[in-house]
Design a binder for this molecule. Structure first.
Ligand code: HEC
Length: 187
């Protein structure tokens, strides 16, 4: 083997490893942020549900969820949000890349993967900028059915109808993929 070939070979192996290391680091960072976001949200939701039931807790999802995502985005330098194939708030609608990933998540779940563990990472272009993007599926738990299930109490229904006239985020069953956390970081 010529020395130059060996050199090129070694360089590419080295760069591939560096790239994989970086992607693993970014993925770990994204997962940490999701833990923070999801944890804070769950805490707020449970407290509000205990204090005044689902009607009271709508407030948490309506104002606190976007607020927590915004604060965490500012402090971390990532863009952090939630999205879904059937959104409640049209602001959370997926872009073309997110739509493709969400559809793949449904295929993976149908093929038997546990939704708790479904995620996806890719380095891609976003607004002309090389960007690391990461999504993680959010499964539907018991408490979620109060506001995203097939049978929603009339008083909850009424408030949701007032706040979200374009609501599509209903009719979910336990274990369905409700949506996904979606994070991006310019590289
Ligand atoms: C008390 C009612 C309520 C409960 C309980 C609730 N949600 Fe929601 N959810 C909402 C509201 C209201 C929004 C719209 C938030 C916004 O305006 O961004 C929402 C939005 C979302 C979104 C963002 C995408 C979209 O549809 O706009 C996801 C994902 C989501 N909820 C998942 C869950 C999961 C998972 C659970 C259970 C752990 C849950 N929700 C429990 C009311 C609720």
């Amino acid at each position: 083997m010529k020395l130059s070939t060996l050199f090129i070979g070694m360089t590419s192996v080295c760069c591939m490893t560096a790239f994989a290391d970086q992607a693993m680091q970014d993925t770990a960072e994204a997962k940490g942020l999701i833990k923070q976001f999801g944890g804070t949200l769950k805490g707020e939701l449970q407290t509000a549900m205990k204090a005044g039931g689902p009607v009271n807790a709508i407030e948490v999802c309506n104002t606190k969820a976007p607020g927590i995502a915004r604060d965490l985005s500012h402090s971390s330098g990532w863009d952090i949000a939630r999205t879904s194939l059937k959104t409640r708030n049209p602001t959370n609608s997926p872009d073309a890349w997110e739509l493709g990933v969400l559809e793949k998540f449904e295929e993976r779940k149908a093929a038997g993967e546990n939704p708790e563990a479904i995620d996806y990472a890719e380095v891609t272009e976003l607004n002309g900028q090389k960007t690391f993007r990461y999504m993680k599926a959010i499964p539907t738990g018991e408490v979620c059915l109060n506001c995203h299930g097939a049978e929603i109490k009339p008083e909850v229904e009424k408030k949701l109808g007032m706040l979200y006239p374009e609501d599509k985020a209903r009719g979910y069953s336990l274990g369905d993929i409700r949506g996904a956390f979606t994070l991006s970081k310019p590289l």
